[in-house]
Design a protein around this ligand. Sequence first.
Ligand SMILES: NC(=O)c1ccc[n+]([C@@H]2O[C@H](COP(=O)([O-])OP(=O)(O)OC[C@H]3O[C@@H](n4cnc5c(N)ncnc54)[C@H](O)[C@@H]3O)[C@@H](O)[C@H]2O)c1
Length: 248
Amino acid sequence: MGELDGRVVVVTGGGIGLGKAFSRGFAAGGAQVVVADIAEEEAKTIAKEIDGLAVRVDVSSESDTQAMAKAAHDKYGRIDVLINNASLWTALLPMKPWTEIPVEEWDRVMAVNVKGYLLAARAVFPYMKEQGWGRIINLSSNTALSGVPGILHYVTSKGAALGFTRALAREIGGDGITVNAITPGLTSTEGVKAHYSEEMLESRVTARSIQRIQQPDDLVGAVMFLASDQAGFITGQVLNIDGGQIMY
Ligand SMILES: NC(=O)c1ccc[n+]([C@@H]2O[C@H](COP(=O)([O-])OP(=O)(O)OC[C@H]3O[C@@H](n4cnc5c(N)ncnc54)[C@H](O)[C@@H]3O)[C@@H](O)[C@H]2O)c1
């Protein structure tokens, strides 16, 4: 029996990039995985591969996130873990000066990356509360720690994910639910590879203690640990995973 056998895990943005790695990792660990993504075809492809459930969701929509949680509960009878991963990130590349970010684009980033985390958490919360057990893991970014220029809306939203994590942890700790965040460094997903050259990715390597390109699988074990029983007394915390670039 694996640690995650029988657990039901909702991964938003679970069909692409890091979310895809989380979907596969949790499935390999014995969990039932709900691959929830606005990219419906990609969600279906991964769900088929791991024998999970694909749900089309726009996390900025309250009705969509409510329907996502209901579909997960209808299918599996519980919801144990939410990975708040869906964000506008590679869609915002290439970078641009902060004075040139259209206000509409700023608003959409906040709607997906900030409000989306709230709505997904609110949607799964009643099920977790009823069970008296839950794990919410929020994807922030080490750009919020170091202040990377060129994506001001994105970095601002990832800073918000840290405040959200800490305050929500205090709100729902009494319900047996932990809330934690991870701050990955630049990771070689398909979206990142499409926008950054190999040379650019290599240039980030020298800033790290472990001097190689960061891969999606470098994050999976940490997220699975935070979702486990063993991590039950860890909440409101931020785990930086970037090969020792920032020592936080
Ligand atoms: N890749 C990196 O270098 C890196 C580094 C630090 C943090 N992160 C964080 O990790 C997470 C995943 O990053 P990624 O590199 O896989 O990003 P990505 O851009 O490759 O994938 C984003 C995912 O979110 C989905 N999505 C976008 N808008 C959505 C919406 N409105 N509703 C539902 N799903 C939506 C996309 O379809 C996709 O599946 C993000 O939260 C990102 O901020 C990534």
